[in-house]
Ligand binder design. Sequence first.
Ligand SMILES: Cc1ncc(C[n+]2csc(CCOP(=O)(O)OP(=O)(O)O)c2C)c(N)n1
Length: 644
Amino acid sequence: MTKLLNCIEYPEDLKKVKLEDLPKLASEIRELIVNVVSKNPGHLSSNLGVVELTIALHYCFDFKKDRIIWDVGHQAYVHKILTGRKSKFPTLRQYKGISGFPDKNESIYDPFTCGHSGNAISAALGLACADTILGSKRSIVAIVGDGAIGAGMSFEALNHAGDLKKNLLVVLNDNEMSISDTVGAFSKYLDKIRTMPLYADLKKDIHNLLNVLPVLGKPVGKTLEHIAELIKRGAVPGQIFEDLGFNYFGPIDGHDFRILTETLNDVKHLEGPVLLHVITEKGRGFEPACQNPAQYHSAGMFEMCNGKITQVAKGQKKITYTKVFGDTLIELAKKDKKIVGITAAMPDGTGIASFGKEFPDRFYDVGICEQHAVGLANGLFAGGLKPVVAIYSTFLQRAYDQVFHDICLQRNGVVFVLDRAGIVGTDGPTHNGVFDIAYLRNLPEIVLMSPKDGNELKSMLKIAIDSGRVVAIRYPKDDIPEEKLSSHYKTFEIGKAEVLKEGTDGVLLAYGAMVYRCMQAAEKLSEKGIEVTVVNARFAKPLDKELILYLVRKHKLILTAEDHALMGGFGSAVLELVSDERENVNKIIRMGIPDRFMEHGPRDLILKNIGLDADGITDRFVATLDLMDMHGSFAKSANRSVTV
Ligand SMILES: Cc1ncc(C[n+]2csc(CCOP(=O)(O)OP(=O)(O)O)c2C)c(N)n1
């Protein structure tokens, strides 16, 4: 039988498909997604859950003119397949392939590039306001998950939208899950609504009744409205949205095409903000993902026939930094009852889930609320505890002011553990954690550390917690270099670097993930007859001032290396120090991430492309030495930015 999907490139093709054939199309799309994601690891469960919803949205709206905004955007695969990207779909998340998130450079159907949660309603409201001012008439639809609706930014936007009364449709895609279970009182509220499935019909009946009674005149209409109001005030699902100024519809079955299309066609003509509550099943149509939606939220490669994970994603195979952190935290917390752990909806991703299982009373998953996570840590510290906040580098950006105001300004001994620091790989630019040194370094009181390996991470975590200071530890999404971990915790002074190798032809001054690469580069340089000193900086703040100034005075060339934006990063800190001390800044060259957003692709490949591998570091060092020899002075070659 020919596939319906073969005839669909764009939404206008979809609109030619009969309503009764849509379930067949849905299963073809699911098959394509499972097929591709089984080979190119990506977000599986969320996408399988929104197949019918996405088809119905494109069936009922015209998103060439109207606008569709996905919150986070990890669930936009079906949307991509239906909007001209079907043939490219097998390149999903591959280097030079299509992005795993909406990307405005990829399609006119993606009004925004996104990947962080909670921004969809604000963006949609902004579009709706712009349309009012510019006189455009179109529908604006935001799709927000039950996890993302709990984000502070979503609440802020609902609050504003309910007041402004712009025409706006918010589809609440409720699958009862964030990445893991949804948390919070609001999620319990949604649980309650789910047990009142008949309200949508009831509300529509009343609505219809009111509309067909004009002959009876206003008084009767008013009475019925009054009855409707009374019913609303009784056991009305979604009352909270109504009170916020939204017209609430739902809950409706998000896998039933008839209900979906009828309701969407109904609500799209309504004036003012509407919230449509749609119930979907995460992982729908692929049994292993239904059984374990969290595991298949973003899984490694798997077998299509049974879902067996065949190859886990990079950073999940040997021992990861994430695992070392989780295990170490448990070990330390067993001896120190004051240690408490906090995550913002990423218990598994940050590795703190095991701590939560071991110490449920000392663990807080606050949902997708990074600001609150940091604010909570403030209170926990003030109450006498030792909070450890595990948040990805890129998501801590959401809580910058709290880090400044609630933590650093008060000198609260909170430890921030920044996983996914550096290039993350296939998630791409929205998830690269390459700005944390820059945005934290300028805050007084904070200590910034990065381990060279797993053993050092263990030690750093202990040192950080014991120090009672504000500390941020960054490490990448990667395996640790060691095969095995030692049971020993090393102690070292805050602000003291480690000299790993000594040579007289220059220095490789490396931070965190770059240390081993610099050690390899030193070997390569040695093969060329160049002997360098290699330093594991350990700290970006405070810097090991004494050692760095000694090295600058003694050597003609110092190369700094970091898996972070060059601007404002570790190398910049070194330059500032050398400049402030009136030493020769021309001796410093910096390697790091250039001033542009880095594309998605395998972490090692992206790093290699910008010279942040052993070969790249070797080449840069040799080329700089050559230039220095050529010119007899270093002035011309120094401080040039990396050309990539
Ligand atoms: C600010 C921010 N914090 C954390 C994340 C990581 N994250 C990506 S998807 C997701 C869960 C979203 O849950 P939900 O909105 O219910 O969507 P579902 O996956 O269930 O469809 C989280 C926490 C993020 N993208 N942005």
